[in-house]
Design a protein around this ligand. Structure first.
Ligand SMILES: [Zn+2]
Length: 105
């Protein structure tokens, strides 16, 4: 069973085909379109770390999506889940995340 290359979901629908006849799919969770291709991989932790840093720089989501190659819809989904994580992080370790990550640059 294939999974969405963006979010790993297996909740997808068939969505036509591309020029060479390969089946195209669309993820119902994040909206990402993808073809049946073994090179597709979930978004790496490196990319997610990069996104975290770009978000702290207050770069618009559209810009982050262009730089990192993820879809804006996935990014929106990711940011929403990130905010939930931050609420927990800040309760346990106040200031830790925000002060430490601003030193990266
Ligand atoms: Zn997805």
């Amino acid at each position: 069973m294939r999974n969405c290359p963006s979010c790993g979901s297996d909740n997808w629908i068939k969505n036509g085909s591309i020029h060479n006849g390969k089946q195209k799919y669309q993820c119902k969770d994040c909206g990402r379109q993808f073809v049946d291709n073994p090179k597709n991989a979930p978004i790496s932790s490196y990319t997610k770390e990069l996104i975290d840093k770009l978000l702290l720089e207050k770069i618009p989501l559209a810009g982050i999506a262009r730089v990192t190659g993820v879809s804006e819809r996935w990014l929106q989904y990711y940011v929403t889940s990130l905010r939930a994580v931050h609420r927990i992080t800040m309760l346990i370790l106040p200031n830790h995340y925000f002060y430490r990550t601003t030193d990266y640059w």
